[in-house]
Design a protein around this ligand. Structure first.
Ligand code: AMP
Length: 378
């Protein structure tokens, strides 16, 4: 097995958003240096990294010179072109490997991989014409969800089709050449499991988190969803299976629908730390970001044990509509932790930060997190 990459070494991150920022904070705390590469300047990651390189992901010359200055490369954003990962891999280890990115950045490839490997997914079909859409909608039934095959997140590039009359306009609205039609899942709840796999195949996960969305964007995550033991164990087993099948070295999140019958269906994969795992930063012995550092550096994984029951709420740009939110008001609850990502412009729907709160149990923590958020704009 390759030698571990030890503190003092330099870690490269492709992408420069909040996930890279929290990764960089975890890495620097452990004595690593961090370089970030993305097309943007003055980024959430760049503000806390040792070096911020800005260039297009497909500027392979810039990428090569970035790769020669770091000891390992990881991602905080999966929509980096596969060619970029492949190019970087000629110089340094890329973890998780570009193949994981290639699978997870494209819904159709991801769903095909999952269903071929026997993992439970929502029924789906590939769509390239409106005729195919019509035929698939008869097989899958309506309503159904039409999603672009590649490069989608936070409900972007998707539309719910409710009637045969709406098929044509739905297809046109996506303006894509390739899409996926998914059966609509009338789910009980949505949950996720953030997990890590080390260079040696060691596996650790952060339990089953319940996720509640608003306008397709994650709103609240409650650590330790109130799910039956059998479902918890099944989620653990599927998640481990996915990380092993993809040979992930790093962190990956599996998002699930829990059906009314208590079955788990995979909605999607994120081959990096995930918004639903932000609570781990404050509420676990090891955060998902430290775990990513450990995994990609070939170090032993840390304990995912909870310090206290917790929940997280996202802070979207909408909160800035009437001016700067009242941060002091939110911090009046001493069990509230505020995280802001340093983004200059607060646009509606943009993830600007999050609040983690502690409580007697998950629901109590969620109520406190929501109350803190509400107090921001009173
Ligand atoms: P996605 O970007 O695919 O994760 O979708 C964002 C959100 O849209 C999910 O978290 C669900 O709340 C909802 N959604 C996506 N696909 C489906 C589906 N097939 N059935 C019901 N709701 C869905």
């Amino acid at each position: 097995m390759s030698k571990p990459i030890l503190p003092g070494a330099t870690l490269g991150v492709l992408g420069s958003g909040q996930l890279g920022r929290m990764f960089a904070i975890a890495a620097r705390r452990m004595g690593y240096r961090v370089h970030t590469f993305s097309p943007d300047r003055e980024t959430p990651t760049g503000q806390v990294a040792d070096k911020e390189v800005y260039s297009d992901y497909l500027d392979l010359d810039a990428l090569r010179s970035f790769a020669t200055e770091v000891d390992v490369i990881t991602f905080e954003f999966e929509n980096v072109a596969f060619e970029a990962a492949a190019c970087a891999a000629e110089y340094v280890p890329v973890r998780p490997a570009g193949e994981v990115l290639h699978t997870a950045q494209h819904r159709l490839r991801e769903k095909t991989f999952l269903s071929d490997a026997g993992f439970p997914t929502t029924p789906f079909e590939r769509i390239t014409t409106v005729e195919e859409l019509r035929a698939a909608s008869e097989r899958l039934g309506l309503p159904a969800v039409l999603k672009t095959a590649g490069f989608g997140y936070d409900g972007k590039g998707q539309t719910v089709v409710r009637s045969t009359e709406a098929l044509e306009s739905a297809w046109r609205s996506l303006s894509t050449e390739e899409a996926v039609l998914e059966a609509f899942v009338d789910f009980e709840c949505e949950v996720s499991v953030v997990a890590a796999r080390g260079v040696d195949g060691a596996f650790a996960h952060f339990g089953v988190t319940e996720n509640r969305h608003a306008n397709h964007i994650l709103d609240v995550s409650i650590a330790d969803a109130a799910v039956p033991d059998v479902l918890y164990r099944r989620a653990e087993e599927i998640t481990r299976g996915v990380l092993e099948a993809l040979e992930v070295v790093g962190v990956l999140c599996v998002e699930y629908f829990v059906t009314r019958e208590g079955e788990l269906l995979i909605n999607e994969l994120a081959p990096r730390p995930h918004n639903s795992g932000h609570f781990t930063f404050d509420a676990c012995v090891t955060s998902q970001f430290e775990q990513q550092v450990r995994a990609v550096c070939g170090l032993p994984l840390g304990s995912t044990e909870r310090l206290r029951p917790s929940a997280m709420v996202n802070l979207l740009g909408d909160l800035w509509a009437d001016g700067t939110p009242d941060w002091a008001a939110a911090l009046r609850d001493p069990d509230v932790k505020l995280h802001l990502y340093g983004k200059r412009e607060a646009r509606p729907g943009r993830k600007m930060g999050h609040i983690t709160a502690f409580g007697r149990d998950g629901e109590d923590a969620a109520a406190r997190a929501r109350a803190a958020r509400d107090s921001l704009s009173r």
